[in-house]
Ligand binder design. Structure first.
Ligand code: SF4
Ligand code: SF4
Length: 255
């Protein structure tokens, strides 16, 4: 339902302002749950209004060399994608956590209080994700096809309810009620690249000496990333670990 007259560049501005703002608030310990939900709601609304900031689709258009879909020279789009990967090396996955409309709508679904699925072993998901990433690149290079177009994201945010693909994304959203972010953790090619960068990010959630090893954070984390030694590649900075920590021992800080 992209609304004519609202420039899609608003999505880019939102990301450029949003990432440092969220990082600052996280670092100062002032990023409360309500603020996170507000960001995710804004992101979803932007997804409906202007289909932006849809960075996974930008990556797909770059790989397909689809300049019409990009609405900008390929060089500029590649530069921005590299810039945002570099930002993940500093801040972690703030874009995925709060600003991407696809991630945000799954995050909101997971807030619905229904029984949650047990977290899947990280190595298993890593292998599945790697296979999907290879399929993504193979389909783009050998078949000139973007596999993201088959998950109904465009139809969902365009409210194209007559399309069968709309139903595909609805099913993904239904799964998101109990399995945390299936699209982000298995399918999204950009998320896979961000995940690698986030493992080395300068700022991430870390435990202080106040930690009593009660493991409440580990039990709460939907992605199995809350252990002291976890690299945090799949940490979406959701804050669930921080919220349940009785010792107030987790903060978003430099390694
Ligand atoms: S993993 Fe992909 S779809 Fe999910 S939030 Fe990140 S960029 Fe968006
Ligand atoms: S619970 Fe903590 S470690 Fe797990 S994804 Fe959320 S912020 Fe990251």
């Amino acid at each position: 339902m992209a609304v004519a007259g609202i420039p899609p560049i608003l999505g880019l501005i939102y990301v450029i302002v949003g990432i440092p703002l969220v990082a600052y608030l996280l670092h100062k310990g002032k990023f409360f749950k309500k603020i996170g939900i507000a960001f995710t709601l804004i992101s979803v609304v932007l997804g409906f209004l202007i289909f932006a900031p849809m960075a996974p689709f930008q990556l797909q258009s770059v790989v397909l060399n689809d300049t019409a879909a990009l609405g900008a020279p390929v060089g500029v789009a590649i530069g921005l994608l590299i810039l945002f990967i570099l930002i993940v090396f500093v801040t972690g996955r703030i874009f995925c956590g709060y600003l991407c409309p696809i991630g945000a709508v799954q995050e909101l679904a997971y807030h619905v209080p229904v029984k949650k699925a047990m977290p899947v072993e990280k190595n298993v998901l890593f292998v599945i994700r790697l296979i999907v990433l290879l399929i993504f690149f193979a389909a783009a290079f050998f078949l000139s096809t973007g596999i993201l177009s088959y998950f109904g994201i465009i139809q969902f945010f365009n409210l194209d309810i007559t399309s069968i693909l709309f139903v595909v994304f609805l099913v993904l959203l239904f799964v998101s009620l109990s399995f945390y972010r299936p699209f982000c953790r298995i399918i999204c090619p950009l998320g896979a690249l961000y995940s690698l960068a986030a493992m080395k990010s300068l700022f991430k959630f870390q435990r202080s000496e106040a930690c009593t090893e009660c493991k409440k954070c580990e039990a709460e984390c939907p992605t199995n990333e809350a252990k002291r030694e976890d690299a945090k590649g799949e940490c979406y900075l959701c804050g669930r670990c921080v919220e349940v920590c009785p010792a107030d021992a987790i903060s978003y800080c430099r390694k």
